[in-house]
Design a protein around this ligand. Structure first.
Ligand SMILES: [Zn+2]
Length: 751
């Protein structure tokens, strides 16, 4: 039995964590000690043919080797990391930045496949230089850190992510490791769809749902029980007979994927676009944003779905086979995904992968690959975990579907909020079974980033249900010569000819003409909708006819409609026409804030409209307010203020308001009486307060005339810091802003 340390072989091993080289199984554990040294412990478990294998010179500077007479060999080494590869560190920084955008603020800048590529680069570099692995490397952690606002809850056992594979060869490598580590070749596997949502743990006690927890960083998640309860496919309490029949004890935990079906995603994004809110890049980000809503009624409206795939009892897998777990969960009344298969070979796994790559568009939700798990729990336990992921499961990720074609022209599309989106007109190209003729270029910055010219050859990518996008320009390729024509940014709206505007610090160009025909239909639908002027009966069908026939050219025209106008429309009887006229008449009584909201001023949602109405008390005062005064209003920052000023600077918009006034709408309201004690004072709240909720503290300050904002700047007068205050407190100290506690806040507000 040979006993010795090894450092070099592990560097050639693609898997940091464990692997087999020349029939020796090696496990590695890397530790970051102090600031400039890494300690790695390598354990070799294998009987060797000869005692004499590697000499010390092969150990790459390993300073100490402990030879122990046992089948286990340990080499502990510590060495300086002064030459710390700058490339690795800058790559990590980049990945951390994108992780932050993705996990913390739910606003990614790069696609998943681009992110995966960065991650793979880092993994490769670290595999080459295991001595440079640090505990804080993105490869060494499970997920993002939870953001402020929800109570943190530890998981019963870590919620790990899976390692990814991208081709058949990598999959075969995984199978080989499973065979080698388990010492058997007759392994059953379960194939499941890799749902593109977010992981969630549900805890049931006595058959009742008591807690829903997000994955968080894998060991601690956020308690989102109230939101989870609104997901209709999650049982709030179990049918006793059912789960007895399923053989599940009354206290258990299920883990699975929470997701938003693509149809609901599309509708909600359209609605947000209509309200002038930022849209989400994909259903997964929408799901993450939804489950973190503080108002669970919003979550309820969004129709999330949940598919469980893990059952734990006291933190451990309960059934002896994974397949049985899925069946039992299904029997117990959970929505288990039916697209699953038990297989006995990698050939069958590969068949399943290919089958679903062709069928993924037929699903009502997005998948980004296939998950393969070893079926037997005993075998899973034997295979165990690396630091980051189980060895008994692997994900296969589908490649982004892409094609190369020539870009013929760039056309500008005007959206509902007036946003101009560049669309690439392509030489038609088949991608994943459909012919793609157009692809989005997102915005002018993206065109610049890509460096795209007319007649360039471009790579176009298509996700599940997402609009195809231009991913890159083909450069330095004889077969695909570069285009020469630069595109031109339109100076006026391609639909109405009004000058387009690009607000300071924003990427999008917009047509700000409220009467632009491109925006008209959606503007009217928004104005008439329930939450705004509540004109029942004025839905899609009616608005289509009214705009097509030119009966309504702006929202003020609604108040000029006559019964004869309405009767001239298709499928309109006397009674319905009268009902609509009554509805229109009733809408005139609605409050000022609704009218402000109804104007569709960009970035002015329901809440902002309410604050504006309370602050100004009349449309007239709002119209003439300058950017400075507007920023005195609750939650109105420079960008919103600018958007409002811009809206009223356009003659057509002022004329529109005038006509609404003539029509008899309510354009005055009650000014909210607020204290004057804190006028002009700006507060920022951070951390957890002991005696008030955030909303209560905010109301106290606002009632005294003060203003509460979200971020600390030089203009901030006070930062109120509660327990566990984070970066905002640091920022306040850095800027020298006065930091007060809860008691002091009460003193300032009350006293
Ligand atoms: Zn326009």
């Amino acid at each position: 039995m040979a006993v010795f340390g090894v450092a070099a072989p592990i560097a050639r091993n693609p898997v940091f964590g464990s692997g087999t080289i020349k029939r020796r199984r090696i496990e590695t554990h890397g530790f970051w000690i102090g600031e400039d040294a890494v300690e790695s412990v390598y354990i070799v478990r294998e009987k060797l043919a000869q005692d004499q294998a590697w000499g010390l010179e092969d150990l790459h500077g390993c300073p100490s080797v402990f030879a122990i007479q046992s089948p286990t060999i340990i080499c502990a080494m510590a060495f300086p990391n002064k030459d710390g590869d700058k490339k690795i560190e800058s790559l990590r920084e980049k990945i951390r930045h994108h992780e932050y955008l993705y996990y913390v603020v739910d606003n990614p800048e790069i696609s998943d496949s681009e992110f995966d590529k960065l991650m793979q680069q880092l993994k490769d570099l670290e595999a080459e230089h295991p001595e440079l692995i640090t505990a804080d490397s993105p490869t060494q952690r499970v997920g993002g850190k939870p953001r402020e606002g929800f109570v943190k809850v530890p998981h019963s056992s870590p919620m790990l992510s899976l390692d990814n594979t991208y081709n058949e060869e990598e999959l075969r490598d995984w199978e080989r490791r499973v065979h080698e580590l388990s010492g058997r070749t007759d392994v059953d596997y379960v194939c499941e769809l890799k749902l593109d949502g977010m992981s969630l743990a549900l805890i049931y006690e006595d058959g009742k749902l008591v807690r829903g927890v997000t994955r968080g960083d894998g060991s601690v998640g956020e308690d989102v029980t109230l939101n989870v309860r609104t997901v209709r496919s999650i049982p709030l309490s179990m049918d006793r007979a059912k789960f007895k029949n399923a053989g599940i004890p009354a206290d258990f935990e299920v883990r699975g994927e929470l997701l938003m079906p693509t149809g609901a995603f599309k509708r909600l994004n359209e609605e947000r676009e209509r309200q002038g809110l930022a849209t989400f890049a994909n259903p997964r980000n929408f799901t993450a944003g939804t489950v973190r809503q503080l108002d669970s009624s919003i979550t309820a409206q969004r129709r999330l779905d949940f598919f469980p795939y893990i059952l734990l009892v006291r933190g451990r897998t309960y059934f002896e086979r994974h397949w049985k777990t899925l069946d039992a969960l299904e029997k117990a009344g959970f929505k288990v995904n039916s697209n699953r298969k038990m297989v006995h070979s990698m050939a069958e796994v590969w068949g399943f992968i290919q089958e679903w790559e062709g069928r993924r568009d037929s699903l009502k939700y997005e998948i980004d690959g296939i998950v393969i798990k070893v079926d037997r729990t005993a075998l899973q336990d034997e295979l165990g975990f690396t630091g980051k992921a189980p060895r008994w499961a692997i994900a296969y990720k589908y490649a982004a579907r892409a094609g190369i074609t020539q870009l013929k022209a760039i056309r500008w599309q005007v959206g509902r909020t007036g946003k101009l989106t560049p669309v690439a007109e392509l030489d038609p190209v088949p991608i994943g079974g459909t012919t793609v003729r157009n692809a989005t270029l997102h915005n002018a910055d993206e065109i610049e980033r890509l460096g795209v010219k007319i007649d360039d050859w471009v790579q176009v990518e298509r996700g599940g249900d997402v609009i195809p996008k231009v991913a890159k320009v083909i450069k330095d390729d004889k077969d695909h010569p570069r285009g020469t024509k630069d595109f031109e940014m339109p100076k006026t709206c391609p639909v109405c000819g009004t000058k387009v505007v690009r607000a300071e610090g924003e990427v999008d160009y917009r047509c700000v003409n409220a009467n632009c025909p491109a925006k008209l239909r959606e503007t009217i639908l928004h104005f008439a909708s329930r939450g705004v002027m509540n004109i029942e009966g004025m839905g899609d069908a009616l608005v289509n006819q009214l705009t097509e026939r030119g009966l309504v050219k702006n929202v003020a025209d609604i108040y000029r409609l006559t019964k004869d106008d309405l009767l001239s429309l298709e499928r309109m009887g006397d009674k319905s026409a009268q009902n609509i006229l009554d509805e229109i008449e009733n809408s005139k009584k609605l409050s000022l804030e609704r009218v402000i909201y109804g104007l569709g001023i960009r970035m002015v949602g329901e809440r902002t409209a309410q604050f504006l109405a309370e602050h100004f008390g009349s449309m007239e005062a709002l119209e003439s307010a300058g950017a400075e005064e507007l920023q005195d209003v609750n939650e109105v920052g420079p960008r919103i203020a600018e958007s409002i000023v811009e809206f009223f600077s356009i003659a057509a918009n002022r004329k529109l308001v005038e006509r609404l006034r003539e029509a008899g709408l309510t354009l005055t309201g009650k000014k909210k009486q607020r204290g004057t004690k804190l006028v002009g004072k700006t507060f920022v709240l951070t951390g957890t307060l002991a005696h008030f909720t955030r909303d209560e503290a905010k109301k106290m300050i606002e009632d005294a005339g003060g203003k509460v904002t979200g971020s600390v700047s030089k203009k901030t007068d006070y930062v109120v810091a509660g327990a566990d205050a984070g970066s905002k407190l640091d920022k306040a100290k850095e800027l020298g802003v006065e930091v007060i506690d809860e008691k002091e806040m009460e003193g300032i507000v009350g006293g």
